[in-house]
Design a protein around this ligand. Structure first.
Ligand code: PAF
Length: 291
């Protein structure tokens, strides 16, 4: 395994793999602090591709001032040790100056999708995500790139930008990995104290109640949202940011669900930590979603 810090070296290694060796490349983009959710992506990349690249870059462009950029967990030594066990070929870990050279001034905005849900609370977040993902896809030109369903809106933004900009990478989305309590794995869980961690499992319980109501025939979006909200509000440590019931492709708010594929998305705070999670109802293409 080689750790690469330079854009140019990463491009030339990838070009060689693709052209001279005719091998496929899988990219797993991460911000490090790797957990089993990331590792499920790495495992699938290893299974599907000849060469696996994991990028580790805490992207300043996707954090607004006052968010947790400074305290976001970073431990490249530990991440490297983990990825060695997973037989990863390359770690791409550039510095911010390498990723955003002097006078950097080109940003990618996926209009519409970026302004909903997380985009309301975190303006500019998806512009940062779309920009860094575009740079990564251009440097590495992977055949496949792997993302987790936990960041549902991010997966839509990435799939849209790949389609709109005619990039050649296929986007593979894999299911959310959870703790036994149901809490979705996230690097930010490291900030939760034991009580907050226990409380945070209420998000998944609330989503599961909505899933059961849907299975029993409930098709009213407002009623499902209210069920999720009232369940989360039973937990005194939870401060709910939003519950949204929307079309899973466009993020348009839905009142009548009919036979649509529906995304129920939640954001809530536990102490200083903001968590997101979601549930997809009536998903047509099964567990693994490809663009
Ligand atoms: O999901 C993440 O960890 C980040 O948003 C990503 C996709 C690596 C871009 O910085």
């Amino acid at each position: 395994m080689e750790i690469i810090n330079r854009r140019q070296r990463m491009s030339s290694v990838s070009r060689k793999v693709r052209r001279d060796q005719d091998r496929t490349i899988g990219l797993v983009p991460t911000m490090g602090a790797l957990h089993d959710g990331h590792l499920s992506l790495v495992r699938e990349a290893r299974r599907m591709c000849d060469v696996v690249v994991v990028s580790v870059f805490v992207n300043p462009a996707q954090f607004a001032p006052g968010e947790d950029f400074e305290r976001y967990p970073r431990d490249l030594t530990k991440d490297t040790a983990v990825l060695t066990d997973y037989n990863v070929d390359y770690i791409f870990a550039p510095s911010p100056e390498e990723m955003y050279p002097k006078n950097f001034s080109t940003y990618v905005t996926v209009e519409g999708l970026s302004e909903q849900l997380e985009g309301v609370v975190r303006p500019g977040h998806f512009r940062g995500v779309a920009t860094v993902v575009t740079i990564l896809l251009n440097i590495i030109r992977p055949d496949f790139a792997f993302f987790g369903q936990k960041d549902a809106q991010q997966t839509l933004v990435v799939k849209r930008l790949v389609r709109d900009l005619a990039l050649e990478t296929e986007i593979v989305i894999l299911p959310t990995v959870r703790e036994p309590s149901g809490l979705a794995l996230s690097s930010r869980n490291a900030f939760l104290n034991p009580e907050e961690r226990q409380s945070a499992a209420v998000i998944h319980r609330a989503l599961t109640r909505a899933e059961s109501a849907y299975a029993e025939g409930e098709r009213n979006g407002a009623k499902l949202a209210s069920l999720v909200r009232s369940t989360i509000e039973t937990e005194p440590r939870a401060r709910l940011d939003y519950v949204s019931v929307s079309d899973a492709d466009t993020l348009e708010k839905l009142d009548k669900l009919n036979d649509k594929t529906v995304l129920i998305a939640v954001a809530a705070r536990f102490g200083q930590t903001r968590l997101i999670d979601n549930l997809v109802l009536n998903q047509r293409d099964g567990v693994k979603i490809k663009s």
